[in-house]
Ligand binder design. Structure first.
Ligand code: TYM
Length: 335
């Protein structure tokens, strides 16, 4: 049940593609760090994933796998609530109310909509366009104070804040206005082959990303093949996005500062650095994968985590939604 003494934290990830090291460093790492001090809710946003065509059997399997990966990465279901978005119908219900307060112009400006429309030109569905309203409802439904995300979600979060403020000023104080929490480093991990674009878990080219579940051999091979620009110095440099991304990854995984990484590899070759980076990432992922392999076999355990999560979230969602329905002028059903 909700711990009323702690600020509320909410975040989520779309179960599309392979959960990757970008998601970990941009979001999940912060979730783990903040779960002690916050009453935290972590969503697997399966409803969002439907904005891109999914294979139903794979989606179902992936949702469970993401839950196991959250736990393997350090989310403790005894301390935090893990929820599948579609288990709580109030997300969609609140979305309708919020969509009546959202302007078309606001949705038109969303860069993610523009990017995804280009990528999925044959399926520019209305859900892709209204997606940021569903995300706002995920956040506002639980009265979240804090939302830890990577840099690419900043614009969506601003809409959530604007909608909270707009609802409050239209109907009187109802929603907490959420604060984003974007890490200073790691908020934008770049693709390995095309380092001018962000690493994406649903990239068709798997060489662009390191998945949390990639084997050690695959990790090492992908890092070896990563683009490193011309030049030879292992150094952060805006004009060399490839090597800069790898230096950043090394620093984040080892907790060494960028300066320390640079001096450790001063005078050394790219190839030495890449071999070491492949090794440190593989070592970092090993205990996560071990835990994942144990948990993912235990379906009963995963289902019990989700049943508890859904019960808690449903209770909280219903509380907010009935308040919202009252404020907008809906009649409560007679009992
Ligand atoms: P999604 O599923 O694309 O990404 C999940 C989280 O990972 C972060 N992220 C990255 N961080 C650093 N470098 C990268 N290359 C990188 N790629 C992704 C994202 O910023 C995000 O924090 N709309 C959201 C999911 C969502 C949500 C929410 C988030 C739905 N409802 C409510 C927070 C609160 C999304 O598609 O994230």
């Amino acid at each position: 049940m909700a711990d009323t003494h702690k600020p509320i934290l909410l975040s989520g990830i779309q179960p599309s593609g392979h959960l990757c090291i970008g998601n970990y460093l941009g979001a999940l790492k912060n979730w783990v760090n903040l779960q002690e001090s916050h009453d935290s809710i972590f969503l697997v946003v399966d409803m969002h994933a439907l904005t891109v065509r999914q294979n139903p059997a794979e989606l179902r399997q992936r949702c469970l796998s993401y839950v196991a990966q959250y736990i393997a990465c350090g989310i403790d279901p005894e301390k935090s609530t893990i929820v599948i978005q579609s288990h709580v119908p109030q997300h969609a219900e609140l979305m309708w109310i919020l969509s009546t307060l959202t302007y078309m112009g606001e949705l038109n400006r969303m860069t993610q909509f523009k990017d995804k429309s280009k990528k999925h030109a044959a399926n520019i569905n209305a859900g892709l366009f209204t997606y940021p309203i569903l995300m706002a409802s995920d956040i506002l439904l639980y009265q979240a104070d804090l939302v830890p995300v990577g840099a690419d979600q900043k614009q969506h979060l601003e809409l959530a804040r604007d909608l909270a403020i707009r609802f409050n000023s239209t109907y009187s104080d109802t929603f907490v206005v959420p604060e984003p929490c974007i890490p200073k480093t790691g908020a934008r991990i770049m693709s390995l082959q095309e380092p001018e674009k962000k690493m994406s878990k649903s990239d068709d080219n798997l060489n662009n990303l390191i998945a949390i579940l990639d084997s050690a051999d695959i990790v090492k091979r992908k890092i070896k093949r990563a683009v490193t620009d011309s030049g030879s110095e292992v150094k952060m440099d805006k004009s060399r996005p490839g090597i800069s991304n790898l230096v950043q990854l090394y620093s984040l995984i080892t907790d060494l500062s960028v300066k320390e990484v640079e001096s450790q590899y001063s005078g050394k070759m790219y190839s030495d650095f890449k071999t070491d980076l492949g090794n440190v990432i593989a070592e970092f992922l090993e205990p996560i994968q071990k835990k994942y392999n144990e948990i993912s076999k235990d379906k009963d355990y995963l289902e019990s985590v989700l049943a508890k999560g859904a019960e808690n979230a449903f209770y909280r969602g219903r509380k907010t939604l009935s308040k919202v329905y009252r404020k907008v002028g809906f009649i409560q059903p007679a009992r």
